[in-house]
Design a protein around this ligand. Sequence first.
Ligand code: HEM
Length: 159
Amino acid sequence: MEKLSEKDKELIRSSWESLGKNKVPHGVVMFSRLFDLDPALLSLFQYNTSCGSKQDCLSSPEFLEHVTKVMLVFDVAVSHLDDLHTLDDFLLNLGRKHQAVGVNTQSFAVVGESLLYMLQSSLGQAYTAPLRQAWLNMYTIVVAAMSQGWAKNGEDKAD
Ligand code: HEM
């Protein structure tokens, strides 16, 4: 597994200190960007209050719960930067669940792009090239584990 440098960890921790205090609004910025980049993802959120349009979805309580869940995964990752591999089982399982609800692994990359967009718009001048790379490195590790679980779920279904 890839490892993060000490500098990466420091940049991630210090930027998350403020962002992590306001998870939902920052998560909404991220998902709003995600739906602009790939509007077809709206249809994967099939709650009682449906996600017919981006605005419907962004104001649906169930959807905001998903936003909170995503941000909590980042929160857990940030608090485990020294031992991210301890999250492998959790992330494999999370990848399986996303395969089951119809999310493609390519969409995880679009989430990554949306995460960087959210960081840039929230951090302003503090969004530097090393900070961008540090977050990308962490997200790549998280998504690698999720993608393994995703692939495993697909194989199990093919059996
Ligand atoms: C293309 C992007 C994504 C889509 C379309 C998507 C969609 C979904 C859907 C439909 C569910 C099930 C319903 C729900 O719990 O709200 C779900 C569950 C969940 N998602 Fe996502 N998701 C995406 C990306 C992510 C990412 C990047 C993370 C975290 C890094 C994440 C974390 C979670 C968590 C923690 C759950 C709850 C799983 C459980 O029930 O144990 N999702 N997602």
